[in-house]
Design a protein. Structure first.
Length: 535
């Protein structure tokens, strides 16, 4: 679930904490900032000057209107090789453009691809979260793990926790600290492992997550500027996401044990602070254990029912010609996910008492959707901008011209992928919202690469890497400072530089490892998802 109000509070906290870190006090003279920390502080200052993403897309719409007016006046046009039709830029600064913006505003929003998908998925996730199932699963995952397996278990649990979206930070970062302390290791190390695993690995998971639904909807909208019938479903990157979650968990474990643990051990000792957390908070009650067992059986029963229903070749859950890849189960995966989360959440809630009557379920759904309100507001601005981008033809012209430029320069897939990685990784230091960033660059990169015979799903997979790895190394992330607050419970002198020195090595190794994994995946031609060829 996306904790919107809490996220806004954490952002304010982040701004305050960074300012405090840079400001001299009477007790502690200011130290000059140098090197990477100084660079990140500059990035934070620049980022703070950016408007809220809602207004950012409003400003971009104005810029687009002026650009479309200038290009239209210049007679800008291009031949679309995919349709053999000439695309001419249309001006938003015209009577026709004004009518479109007014007449189509509601339709643009209502038909925005990610909107319905993310709302449907979150209906089910809300029940699983509000019933207490998701937090209990995370606690159960690390409660009785042998010390030597704790780092990997915590890292992989974070990959699973991505299904809970931003709630993963709130639950897992303090939980990681408590788990490490319970086995006699540094709680600061546990908090760092949890934070990096959630943030730098945000777009990798063994489960289908709300992020999959959001990104696939935006990719679909971008792809349809070239092919109006193209649809990218939430499972389009599932195989790659599953493999990535395992590889990243291993990478985090190795780097933590070989590098970060030694760095923490070398820090000067401090008196341990008072801490109310401990092993007791990791312990599940009898009711919670019973609820988890029942939820597991409910999940297995639900999965078995779907499989059994798909066995007959004439099953309505199969696609045309008995296809499984094009079946309603996969094309309508949002509904399947919502029902699955609803069932296991309700079963768990009934066992522990958080779901007592049928009325509790829609109440949990309503509370979950209320937390989605800021995202729904942002989606309105994004949907209008993307509709304008498509109507003017500016995006299509940019994509075709860009594709022609890449072809003439002899730039092939691997080099083009690297360009996307570099551009999006840099943007991610300032625009930490994955949906906002992909809405900004996707309408250019996706159609451009389609004209180079690179499927949209491949471009989306590359973006997932760039959108994740630097999340744990930028002060623009509210959860960076939230993690700093957790660490300061155990080391009062810890500051932004302390946390950065622990996260940066992990982020860099993850970026390199994940990129290499993608190139190997691409070179071997392994499908990215069910029925999705890598090239």
């Amino acid at each position: 679930m996306i904790r919107a109000q809490q996220a806004f509070y954490l952002h304010d906290l982040a701004v305050w904490a960074v300012n405090e870190e840079m400001t001299a006090t009477t007790d502690r003279p200011a130290k000059p900032l140098t090197g990477l920390l100084a660079l990140l502080v500059r990035i934070e200052r620049i980022g703070n000057k950016l408007p809220h993403p809602f207004w950012l897309f409003g400003v971009l719409s104005v810029v687009l209107a002026l650009a479309s007016w200038a290009l239209s006046a210049a007679g800008a046009s291009v031949l679309n090789p995919a349709t053999d039709e000439t695309v001419t830029v249309r001006s938003l600064v015209s009577g026709e453009g004004l009518r479109m913006m007014i007449d189509d505003a509601v339709t643009n929003y209502a038909t925005f691809p990610p909107l319905g998908t993310i709302l449907v998925v979150m209906l089910g996730v809300a029940v699983a979260d509000r019933s207490g199932l998701l937090p209990a699963m995370l606690r159960a995952a690390v409660a009785r793990v042998p010390a030597r397996w704790l780092t990997f278990t915590l890292a992989f649990s974070a990959m699973v926790a991505h299904v809970a979206s931003d709630a993963a930070y709130v639950v897992l970062v303090p939980l990681g600290a408590m788990a490490f302390r319970a086995v006699g290791r540094s709680p600061m190390l546990g908090a760092v492992v949890a934070f990096v695993s959630v943030s730098a690995g945000y777009d990798a998971s063994p489960l289908v997550t709300p992020v999959d639904a959001m990104l696939s909807g935006l990719t679909t909208a971008a792809a349809q500027t070239v092919d109006p019938g193209y649809v990218v479903n939430p499972l389009s990157n599932y195989f790659f996401s599953l493999g990535s979650s395992l590889v990243l968990a291993v990478v985090i474990t190795v780097v933590t044990e070989k590098v970060i643990a030694r760095r923490v051990a070398a820090m000067p000792e401090e008196d341990a602070s008072e801490d109310s957390g401990g092993a007791a908070e990791l312990t599940l009650s009898d009711e919670e254990r019973r609820g988890l067992r029942r939820a597991l059986w409910a999940l297995l029963g639900f999965a078995a029912l779907i499989v059994a229903a798909m066995i007959p070749s004439s099953s309505p859950l199969r696609g045309e010609g008995g296809s499984i890849v094009q079946s309603p189960v996969l094309t309508g995966i949002a509904v399947i996910l919502a029902v699955g989360f609803l069932i296991v959440g309700a079963v768990y809630g009934h066992a522990v008492g958080t779901v007592r009557t049928g009325r509790d379920i829609p109440d949990h759904m309503a509370k979950g959707l209320r937390e989605m309100a800021p995202i729904l507001v942002l989606f309105f601005a994004i949907s209008q901008f993307l509709a304008y981008f498509k109507w003017t033809g500016v995006g299509e012209v940019m994509a075709i011209r860009g594709a022609d430029l890449l072809k003439s320069a002899g730039i092939t897939g691997p080099l083009a992928f690297l360009g996307v990685l570099l551009v999006c990784t840099c943007i991610n230091l300032l625009v930490t919202s994955g949906s906002a960033q992909w809405a900004l660059v996707g309408p250019v990169f996706v159609p451009m690469f389609m004209l180079l015979d690179i499927p949209p799903e491949v471009t989306q997979a590359v973006y997932r890497i760039a959108d994740s790895c630097t999340n744990a190394a930028t002060p623009m992330s509210a959860y960076f400072v939230m993690t700093l607050g957790v660490i300061q419970r155990y080391r009062r002198s810890a500051g932004i530089g302390t946390l950065l020195s622990l996260t940066l090595p992990l982020c860099l190794v993850m970026l390199v490892s994940w990129t290499l994994l993608f190139y190997v995946w691409w070179a071997l031609g392994i499908p990215l998802g069910p029925g999705v060829p890598v090239r």
